[in-house]
Design a protein around this ligand. Structure first.
Ligand code: AMP
Length: 390
């Protein structure tokens, strides 16, 4: 099923290994506020160190426009130093003389973290010169950055032109769980899709209509379907440009696509707004839908309880406001309690499952929202395609 070379297919002893990790973590004043992605890379890093390799780690962080100290990976390198068994040093550039000297002085068992790859504009353009220079720092390339696998950039795709290119444990695990769930799911296969915009997930809905047994819709994206059904939506988030598409999907999907049956509406987009719970219908002017209601959760909970496989991407409401987080947290609980194979597909649903303290009770929490969505759309991931076949 997994057709790419993996860590077990290569002898890493005394090799310098360029590892593309996904250290794109949230920082607050230079402090790592969520280390999930750093911890997720540790099995690959510790394995390579055990094999007698030295490691050159590269990653992007955020969306800097050129060099910007706010997006430096230095705090992440310092944080990694507290988690990993080996000493960690930092190079202030990912290519060029600074990086070359730091990489050349590495001994087996040592780790070097390179500065943000996106400080060079060519990274996102998959510039071959940046790729070549990154590759020149090592003998072999390992890609463990699932969160970036849907992008074709120099540090995850370009480098594979210059070095043996192998999948790390995290990339392998992510692809196996999600790939298996889509290709050969234990049925019933239930997909739960929420979040702000339906336009981001049209490709996913289309593909899953051919694969899943039920698709449960929630979050702001449901509003566009309600409007397509003819209900005025007040001040709710609605994508006018996606109404036609929503109508087509509803016609095509039949009972496979389920929409919320009740809604929590608010008189302002505000954590303290006044709220009411109503059956789905017209939303008064000045009001907007911010969460699904209890009957929706009861109904969705039953579907989830009887599922064989559940994949969840996107919150049921504006869960950043505690008052409007109940739908999302109640669904998180239902997913955690289900005996199904349960996969949380990245992004805000991961934040929701973590905040509810239930992430230990799901089968797999993905580190990549965009990459999992691309897999759910049925599209190839360039970061995976670039690696060497077994
Ligand atoms: P996405 O990035 O598409 O997964 O969307 C996540 C965002 O959708 C979160 O920040 C939620 O606050 C937002 N969201 C969920 N439900 C609603 C809603 N009913 N109205 C507005 N925003 C929503």
């Amino acid at each position: 099923m997994f057709e790419k070379k993996t860590l077990n297919d290569f002898d890493f002893s005394n090799k310098r290994v360029l590892v593309r990790v996904d250290f794109n973590v949230p920082l607050d004043g230079g402090r790592v506020t969520d280390d999930t992605r750093i911890r997720a890379a540790l099995p690959t890093l510790e394995y390579l160190l055990d094999q007698g390799a030295s490691l050159v780690l590269c990653s992007h962080l955020g969306r800097p426009k050129g060099v910007d100290p706010q997006f430096s990976l230095r705090p992440v390198a310092e944080y990694l130093d507290t988690l990993i068994s080996a000493p960690v040093s930092f190079a202030e550039d990912c290519i060029g003389p600074v990086a070359e000297a730091a990489a050349a002085s590495l001994q087996p068992g040592q780790v070097l973290v390179l500065e943000n790859t996106r400080f060079h504009g060519g990274e996102k353009k998959n510039d071959s010169e940046i790729a070549r220079q990154l590759a020149s720092l090592a003998d072999v390339f390992v890609n463990d950055a699932f969160g970036t696998a849907h992008r074709a950039h120099a540090s995850n795709v370009g480098v594979a032109d210059y070095l043996p290119a192998i999948a790390g444990f995290l990339l392998e695990k992510e692809i196996k769980y999600l790939g298996q769930a889509i290709a050969d799911p234990k049925r019933p296969f239930v997909a739960i899709l929420g979040g702000a915009k339906v336009s981001d997930k049209i490709g996913v809905i289309r593909n899953l209509l051919t694969k899943a047994d039920s698709i449960l819709i929630g979050g702001g994206m449901a509003n566009t379907f309600f409007k397509a059904e003819g209900y005025p939506m007040g001040d709710s988030l609605v994508e006018e440009g996606a109404l036609e598409m929503a109508r087509e999907l509803l016609d095509q999907a039949g009972d496979k696509l389920r929409l919320p049956v009740d809604m929590v509406i608010a008189d302002a987009f505000d954590a303290e707004a006044a709220s009411k719970t109503l059956g789905v219908g017209p939303v008064p002017d000045g009001w907007r839908i911010l969460d699904v209601g209890p009957d929706t959760i009861k109904g969705y909970g039953k579907v989830v309880a009887n599922a064989g496989t559940v994949v969840w991407n996107g919150p049921m409401g504006v869960f950043e406001f505690p008052k409007f987080a109940q739908g999302t947290f109640a669904l998180a609980k239902a997913v955690a309690q289900s005996n199904a194979l349960t996969i949380i597909g990245g992004g805000d649903s991961v934040a929701a499952i973590n905040q509810s303290g239930l992430s230990g009770q799901v089968t797999h929490v993905s580190t990549g929202g965009g990459a999992s969505l691309q897999m759910l759309e049925g599209d190839e991931l360039p970061g995976l395609a670039a690696l060497n076949d077994k």
